[in-house]
Design a protein around this ligand. Structure first.
Ligand SMILES: *Cc1c(COP(=O)(O)O)cnc(C)c1O
Length: 377
């Protein structure tokens, strides 16, 4: 059996090695390392894939969120409503800009922000909602856009884990995550569904003015060379990463299909088990791109299971062991004042199993029987 890993980027690379190596070498020979045609071509292809008019590439997903918040003109003291059950980057950049994160509860089925909780968290200082499409399943964007429109709020989608995920609206139309809110953000961190061989990120929008502003902010606030109109930052996707990502983008739907196949294997292995809740698969409004395959365990000592799996050579991860509102970082923002029982409940019970495009049935049988042996003992 091939060794088990949470993500097997090496085997994925082997399958497209020649194509990738050629593209990387050609960037090296072109000596266009920053910006230029390779980056522009990738941005155009990504925009087409995502159904987004503008794509601004940047250095990572965290910067994408920061540039988005800066472009919306959010000011110190403003509030943004986000889930606490997320990766820290979503909310860290808000705090960095002295914007107050107000944490809202998640739906325990989808792990994503609960629209009813957003409504309750709105105050006169609320400026934006930042839903996170956690693990590769979308938040309820139709309900969220409706709330945003009624209250005059911006929506920034954190789609770092959801590239390629389709959201279906009640009128039957479908859009990709990142193309629904005023701004969408994503990450090309190597383990993400569209992973670079280093860092990278992108920002989506259909709004011409916002796109121009974000382009400017990501490039030192520069309107034309050496003329700086606003305070910005320096956030670029380099050409080598863009060349690799442009190739991997062609395979993205194939990669998503491989993840779904792996998820279906796990779903079948764990079906009806009284101690396991498998990921939500009702695709009424969102399909699933399985960035993670995350179980909720009932009446189980999760840490003991984690330990047992580790001893058998089966990797597993807890995403995330501490919710944002309980991180020390947010003490100054009243993090611990939030009452989020669903978030706390999930945090104590989730466990993510290996999920990537190169899993085979032998590996998955070994992983799932490891889990089941522990639970049935
Ligand atoms: C990975 C991730 C980010 C940050 O992306 P980086 O490229 O690592 O900066 C933000 N939000 C979520 C939900 C993520 O999973």
């Amino acid at each position: 059996m091939r060794p088990l890993q949470m993500v097997d980027t090496k085997t994925q690379y082997q399958a497209i090695k020649e194509e990738v190596d050629r593209a990387v070498l050609s960037v090296m020979e072109s000596a266009m390392y920053i910006g230029g045609k390779t980056v522009n071509d990738f941005a155009a292809n990504l925009g087409r894939y995502n159904g987004s008019k503008h794509v601004i590439t940047c250095a990572n997903g965290t910067d994408a969120l920061q540039v988005a918040m800066m472009a919306l003109g959010l000011r110190p003291g403003d509030e943004v409503i986000t889930p606490s059950f997320t990766y820290i980057a979503t909310v860290e950049v808000a705090a960095l800009l002295h914007i107050k994160p107000v944490f809202a509860e998640v739906d325990p089925k989808t792990f994503c922000i609960d629209p009813a909780a957003i409504e309750k968290a709105i105050t006169p200082r609320t400026k934006a909602i930042i839903p996170v499409h956690l693990y590769g399943h979308a938040a309820n964007m139709e309900a969220i856009m409706d709330i945003a429109n009624r209250h005059g709020l911006f929506v920034i989608e954190d789609g770092a884990q959801s590239i390629g995920c389709d959201v279906t609206f009640s009128n039957g139309t479908t859009k990709k995550t990142g193309a629904i809110g005023h701004i969408g953000c994503t990450s090309f961190y190597p383990s993400k569904n569209l992973g670079a061989f280093g860092d990278g990120g992108a920002i989506f929008t259909d709004d011409d003015a916002l796109a121009a502003k974000m382009q400017m902010i990501a490039a030192h606030g520069q309107s034309r060379r050496y003329y700086h109109d606003v305070v910005g930052c320096n956030s670029r996707l380099d050409a080598i990463q863009a060349a690799i990502l442009d190739i991997k983008l062609k395979y993205l739907d194939h990669y998503i299909a491989a993840r779904r196949k792996a998820a279906a294997f796990y779903d079948a292995a764990f079906a009806q088990h009284d101690k396991i809740i498998t990921p939500y698969t009702d695709t009424t409004y969102s399909n699933h791109v399985y960035h993670q395959y995350t179980l909720i365990l009932k009446d189980t000592n999760r840490d003991a299971l984690h330990q047992y799996l580790a001893e058998k050579g089966i990797p597993a991860m807890i995403y995330y062991p501490v919710p944002a509102h309980r991180q020390k970082m947010f003490d100054a923002f009243g993090g611990a004042d939030h009452h989020l029982p669903v978030t706390d409940w999930l945090t104590e019970r989730v466990i993510s199993l290996p999920m990537h495009t190169e899993l085979d049935e032998e590996q998955q049988s070994f992983i799932s029987s490891g889990v089941l042996t522990f639970l049935n003992q």
